[in-house]
Ligand binder design. Structure first.
Ligand SMILES: Nc1nc2c(ncn2[C@@H]2O[C@H](COP(=O)(O)OP(=O)(O)O)[C@@H](O)[C@H]2O)c(=O)[nH]1
Ligand SMILES: [Mg+2]
Length: 341
């Protein structure tokens, strides 16, 4: 029996050395990390791995060129596998590469106390912190006159969201609210909003031209909150967005809130945000979070196009299905949408 100590930068490299020298009959006596890793990357790049292996000289056979692993994989230390699995999961979750790079860099320099805790939970906690640190939220304030417009593609829930907010604010804040629509394109759009205005006993005005909008805002100067519904605009039609801009620049204090559906695919979301950025955007409102369980695309946009998120909507019921976005809520949606098993 020959016993020998092997060293290498990682388990794979050391096992390769063992295999080359002792062949497939080698018996692993121990596998140890010599320099404890202080980070996830350290586990793969900086540490030294020591393997003590033995082989019975008489049974030793020439090098085996077969591709099958020479040793049972379950002999590799648990912690390394957990780190590798965690990495694999977040890599396959669809995060933007810039986020992954920053996350790994922070993880590398963090002090992690792994004593007595499950490694996956420690890393999930770290990811949650990083998600929260990467986004901005905005809690609406009504200490002054507010003029909110709801802009975005067709069918994302602009009108529904505006009415949910009108209802909630008029029940709880008792401000004077007026509903305005510039959506004179879609058949039934004015009727849809008029129905809600009647139920909520709020005034409604229709602006056919930018000039009308300016006049309406001046006419209702006693109002605290102006809510402007807009027609859905295709991100591919720049002229439509330019036209919208003519309306929404008639008054300097109009705040545009970009309404996006959480069900939209990642590249499409990016394109929509890019096109609507022709207008200054105050916040994002994400709708239809009840219709998907994939929230990494939503997060990627919040990460890449840094603007605050104000609201999340989670159903068709008016006014119940809307909630203020918090960093914790967004981070939990993202974490829960990653497959950890
Ligand atoms: N499931 C779900 N449906 C929603 C949500 N918000 C709006 N909708 C529905 O989406 C459809 C389009 O809404 P609408 O407000 O007319 O969209 P707009 O064209 O952007 O004004 C309607 O059927 C709404 O009831 C939401 O948060 N979840
Ligand atoms: Mg609408």
């Amino acid at each position: 029996m020959q016993i020998k100590r092997f060293e290498g930068k990682d388990v794979k490299a050391v096992l390769q050395k063992v295999r080359e020298e002792f062949g497939p009959e080698a018996i692993l006596l121990s596998i140890k990390k010599l320099k404890p890793a202080s980070s996830l990357l350290g586990a793969f790049c900086n540490s030294l791995v020591e393997v003590i292996a033995a082989v019975d000289r008489d049974q030793r056979t020439p090098k085996n060129p077969s591709l099958s692993p020479p040793f049972p994989l379950n002999q590799v230390r648990d912690q390394e596998w957990e780190e590798a699995l965690f990495l694999k999961r977040i890599l396959s979750a669809g995060f933007h590469s810039e986020f992954i790079d920053g996350f790994l860099e922070d993880l590398k320099h963090s002090q992690k106390d792994l004593s007595g805790s499950h490694l996956l939970e420690v890393y999930q906690g770290f990811l949650q912190w990083k998600l929260m640190a990467s986004i901005e939220v905005l809690t609406p304030r009504f200490d002054q006159k507010r003029i909110w417009s709801f802009i975005g593609p067709t069918g994302v829930g602009k009108t529904t969201t505006m009415v949910k907010l009108a209802a909630q604010w008029s029940f709880s804040l008792t401000p004077k609210i007026i509903l305005i629509t510039i959506d004179t394109y879609r058949i039934g759009a004015i009727e849809q909003l008029s129905t809600y205005a009647n139920i909520l006993k709020l005034p409604i005005e229709v602006a056919h031209r930018p000039e009308d909008l300016r006049k309406i805002i001046n006419k209702w100067e006693d109002r605290d909150i102006f809510l402007i519904d807009t027609p859905g605009r295709s991100p591919n039609q720049t002229d439509q967005i330019e036209e919208l801009k003519e309306f929404l620049t008639v008054c300097p204090n109009i705040e545009n809130h970009l309404v996006l559906s959480a069900t939209t695919k990642d590249p499409d979301l990016g394109r929509i945000i890019h096109r609507f950025s022709l207008l200054p955007i105050e916040s994002y409102i994400f709708t239809k979070i009840d219709e998907t369980n994939q929230f990494v695309p939503l997060f990627n946009q919040l990460f890449l196009h840094k603007r605050p998120i104000t609201y999340l909507t989670n159903g068709q019921r008016v006014p119940e299905d809307i909630e203020i976005a918090t960093k914790g809520k967004v981070a939990n949606l993202v974490l829960n949408s990653i497959s950890w098993n």
